[in-house]
Write a protein of this length. Structure first.
Length: 75
């Protein structure tokens, strides 16, 4: 699993993106759907999964269950 160091500003951007993704319909955004699913490799995450990821990133906590790898989507 890849690990990235983020500045506070970069973390804020990632968290904002996760919150936006959790509330956005991908039906009208094929490009975003491709990134989120890594071209169909992964299922679209549920809002609860995005919330949990945002919480982990914000608090630095370890995942309670195996995490969905987003490494392929972060190009």
């Amino acid at each position: 699993m890849a690990h990235y160091e983020l500045s506070d500003k970069e973390l804020a951007w990632v968290l904002a993106g996760l919150r936006s993704l959790a509330s956005e319909s991908l039906a009208d955004n094929t490009g975003l759907e491709e990134v989120v699913t890594d071209g169909g490799r992964y299922l679209r995450p549920k809002a609860e999964e995005l919330d949990a990821l945002a919480e982990r990133l914000n608090c630095g906590a370890a995942p309670e269950q195996p995490a969905l790898s987003l490494a392929g989507s972060l190009r």
